[in-house]
Design a protein around this ligand. Sequence first.
Ligand code: PMP
Length: 315
Amino acid sequence: MSSPLASTAYLNGKFMPLAEANINVMTHAFNYGTACFEGIRGYWNEGRQQLYLFRMRDHYERLVKSCRILSLEPPGTPEELNQITIEMLRQDNPHHDVYVRPLVYKSSLAIGVRLHNVDDGFVLFYALLGKYIDNQSGCRCCTSTYRRVDDNGIPARAKITGIYVNSALAKSEAELNGFDEAIMLTHEGHVSEGSGENIFLIIDGQLVTPAPSENILMGITRASVIKLARRELGIGTIERQVDRTEMYIADEVFMTGTAAEITPVGEIDRRAVGAGGIGPITAKLQELFFQAVKSELPAYAHWCTPVYQSVTASR
Ligand code: PMP
């Protein structure tokens, strides 16, 4: 892919060059943030000359749930969306990591804020994405002055484009103040999540992470880490309310996300977490995760959908 715009995209039922996959300025979703989306990483395995899409079916199942919350018509079943994604990538034949972005959006060219009586569209494209957080040796976080959106405000369990204003406010505040990432609290003052990541603490050899009721996105990387920790390391996870200062005294902290993968947190609010770098449990989980995403752990091969052979997509 010489220029990103030369790659193939899919818009409203047709494959086309990304340069032609354009929407009108009057589009409802562009004006009001009324779209749901996903981010799916594809990992290139050089040894096998294969591109593996990580937990694609789970991403499409979450997209369908997000659509339900935002009164959007899903553009197909997760199985159909898997096939369209595979076909799009096969057209370009990338031999490198990719980041796939499907969006279901309110497509009517109409002024008026509402969810009903508005048409829906679907677009799919992919891009290159390196490390989302550059500082991988222990990123520096701050507690954001922006609170996480509430389930009764904009429901965070749905991956809605408009929610990312909340994330962008927090992320820019953090970066402009010299930090790598923001950690947002709920309106009650408990830890929720990063601007684009879930958060885990390691306390007395166990994983602790904010519960689904803490206005988090139910991360697919979060679920993967919980499973890898339990099955491969015998480490359990407690999902509960987490106080801000628990982060200061945790043995290790890390963040998870499709873009952020497993990013160790070295510092929060100018206090070193543990020894300040990557902790031993985080390092082990990271190693397992990077093997799993390239389909190098047979027990988790079902998480990886190969692009370049005839497949029934897996979950
Ligand atoms: N929280 C937020 C706000 C996010 O944007 C993301 C990234 N999708 C996550 C958590 C992590 O979710 P996942 O592991 O499914 O990418």
